[in-house]
Design a binder for this molecule. Sequence first.
Ligand code: GLC
Length: 805
Amino acid sequence: MQKQSSQYGYFDAEKREYVIDKPDTPMPWANYLGSPAYGAIISNNAGGYSFVKSGAAGRLIRYRFNEQDRPGRYIYFCEPKEETECDYWSASWQPVGKSLDGYKSICRHGTGYTLIEAEYKNIQSQVCYYVPQGAEYEVWKVKVTNKDTKARKISVIGFAEFTCESFYEQDQVNLQYTQFITRTYFKDKFILQTINENCLNAVNESRVETRIFGLSGAKVETYCGDRAAFLGKYRDYGNPVSVEKGKLDNTLNYNLNPCGALQTTIILQPGQTTEFSFLLGQKREAQAKELISRYEDAALPDREINELKKYWHGKLANLKVVTPDENFNNMINTWNAYQCFITFIWSRAASLIYCGQRNGYGYRDTVQDIQGIIHLDPVMALEKIKFMISAQVNHGGALPLVKYNHNPGHEDKPEDQTYRQGTGHPSYRADDALWLFPTVWKYVAETGNIALLDEVIPYADKGKDTLFNHLLKAIDFSLNHLGIHGLPAGLHADWNDCLRLGANGVSVFVALQLYYAFEIMIRFAKYKKDSKTEKNMEKLKQRFRKIIEVRCWDKDRFVRGITEKDVVVGKPGDPEASMWLNPQSWAVISGFADETRGKAVLDLVHKELNTKYGARLMAPSYRKHAFDGALALLFNPSTKENGGIFLQSQGWLILAEALLGRGSLALEYYLESCPAAQNSIADIRLQEPYVYSQFTESTDSPFEGRSHVHWLTGTASTVMVGCVEGILGLRPDIDGLRLSPAIPAQWKSFTMEKVFRNCKLNIKVNNPDGKESGCKKLTVNGTAMEGNYIPASILKTENEIILEM
Ligand code: GLC
C-alpha cells in the first residue's frame, strides 16, 4: 500500500513493519524490544527507556514521562563547519530536530527491532535498535554511508542517560541519596557506571550494580560519563555543548547524574559505508570486554536481527488471513497479534504511559491476555495458564495482583495485612477467577489437550488440586459471595474498576460470566463422564437463569447491577447511565440470550451506544445522578469508564455480533475502532495506527476520537478473539474445528492459513451469494463434511478446506 501524503506512515505487510516516514507524529509512536529478561521501549524518535526484568526495580536508562519524549537512545552526527563549530544532527529526527526540508527520516518498527534511517546532506544513516534473542543487553547497530561525491569526515557520538539506581521511583524522587551513590569510569571501549561500588569489597557485593555503554567496531576518541558536562549549562538533548563541539571532554561523573557518551570519527570516501555498534546493558567489567569484542564481528548484528525476525514471524505465521480488507489483514496477521504477545509478556507495567511501577500481573488482565495468543502459541499460553491457576487461593478466589516473584503454595492473600500492604489490593474482585473459564476452554479447544484438566497445580496459599477442581472452586467462590437477590456480589469491583457495587450489591456482568462458567463446566464434565458434576452444574445454571431473568432484565435491556440499597443501575429511563454495553454483549457470549433477544439488545446497543469511533461503554455519562459506588463520575464525561469508548469492550461486541451471524455489524464495529483503519486520521486519534489503546474519547468530549493508553491494554486480546473466533469463525472444540465465519455481505471470498494441532489448514471461504454467515457446503480434502464441522481425526499434515457460505 502506498503512503498518502496526509499520513505519517503505512504498513509494509511483507516485512511486517509499520513505516513512519513523517517523523513529527502527533505522539511518540512506540515499539517494544526484548524479552522478560530485558525490556526496552523505543519511540520513532528513539525516545524511551530500558530495564532489566522490572520497569520498577530494574530501570537502566531514564525517560521523562508525559514530556517531550526525552531522553532516549541518541546518536549524533557532527561535521566541522569552521574551526570550532559543527553542523550537527541526530540519527533519529529528534532530539536535534533538523528542518524536515533538508532532513529525511524513516522509522521502521518491526517485530522485536526498530530501524531508524536518516539522510542529511548526503550522509545516510541506518540505526537498528534491538535486544538479541534472550539477551540482557541491547544493541544499536549503526551503518553510515556517504552518498556524496566528495570524502566526508564526521564525528559520531552515542549517548545514553543512566539512572542513578535501579529503582525508578528512588531515581526520580530520592535525589539526596541516589545522586551520591554512583560514578562512571572510562575503560578504553566503554563507559562503566558503578552503583554502591564500595560494597564490592566490603559488606554486601549483591548491592553493587554496574552498567556499561560501549562501542564496538570503531575507536573511541573522546568520552563523557557526566550528564552536565555532556549537555552543558542550560542546554537540552537537542543542542548539547559537546555535540556542538564535535567532541567530548573526557569528564567522568562522581555524584549527580551519570551518562554514557562515546565519540568516534569516521572518514568516508564517496559511496563508502561503515558499520559499528553501541552496546548498553547491566554488565560487569569483564563481561563488557567480552561483549564488546564479540561485536567487533560486523556481521553479528545482522545475524541476530534475522534470528529475531525468524522467531517472531514464525509465531505469527500460525494464522495468516487474506481478506478483502487490508486493514483487517495487517492487524490480524501482524500488529494486533504482536500486541497480544506484548500484553501477554509485559502485562500493564511498562509503556510510555505506565511508568513501570506495577510489580506483578493483574489477575483478570493476564488471564484475558492469554486468550489473545492461544491460536498462535498454545505452548506459551499453557505455561501462563498454569502459572495463573497457581495464583488462585485455596477457597477459589484469585489474587488480584500476582507478584512477578510469585511463590505458589506460600503466598499471602487479601485477607492478610501483608498482602494488602505489599500490593495495595485491599480485597477480592468479583470477576478475577471467572476469566479462567473462557481461557481454559479456548486452550483445551485449540489443542485438544483435555488431560490438562487432571493436572495437579498448587494454590497460591496452600494445598493443591487438579485444574478441574480449581475451576470448581472458582465457582464455589462466587457461590460463597452472593449478594442481594442471590446474585454474585460486586465485591471490590467486577471487570469495571469503577463500579463499587459492594459486598451485597450485585453485578450482572459477573452473573453472566458465572452462567457461562456453568456452561463450560458442563462441557468438561460431559467429556470426563462426570455426571454428578454435570448435573450439579446444570442445576446451578437453571437456578441462575431464573434469577437473572427476573432481576437483571428490565423492559428491553439487561441492567448493569443492583446496589446494596437495591438501586438498579442501568435501567431504561434513568437520566444517566441508563444503557450499558457489557451486559448486552455478554448476554450473547454467555449463551444466556437466544438469537431473537440477542439481536434485540444489540440493536439497542447500536441505537443508543454506537458512535463513529465505536460503541460507548455506557450512556449518558455520569454528571449528577451517580450512585455512591460509581467511581466513573471522577472522569470527565465520555472518558474512560464514564461513557468513553472502552476499546476492550469492542472486542466482546464484535464477538457477540459474529456469534449472532451478523457479519456486517461485526465488521462495522471492528472498523470503527481499528487503529489501521484510522491511519489517515492520526491527528485526531493521536496514538499509533498499528496499536490498540485502552479507550477513545466519545461524543461529550471536544476531542472526540482521541485515544489513550497505548499498547498495554486488554483491547488487544478481546479484539483478537472477536476477529478470530467471531468474524473469521474459527471455533474449535475438543474434537475438532467448527467454521462459522460472520463476514460482511460484500466479502466475496477470503482465505486463511492456519496451523491447528500441528496440521496445516488452507481454508478458502467463498461467498458468492453475499451472505453474512452460514454454510452451504464444506469440503476437506475433497470430502464433504456434515454441516460446518471438521473432526480433528480426519486432518492430514496439510489440508485443503473449502467452505461455501
Ligand atoms: C483497565 C484495567 C482492567 C479493567 C478495565 C476496566 O483496563 O487494567 O483491569 O478491567 O480497566 O475498568
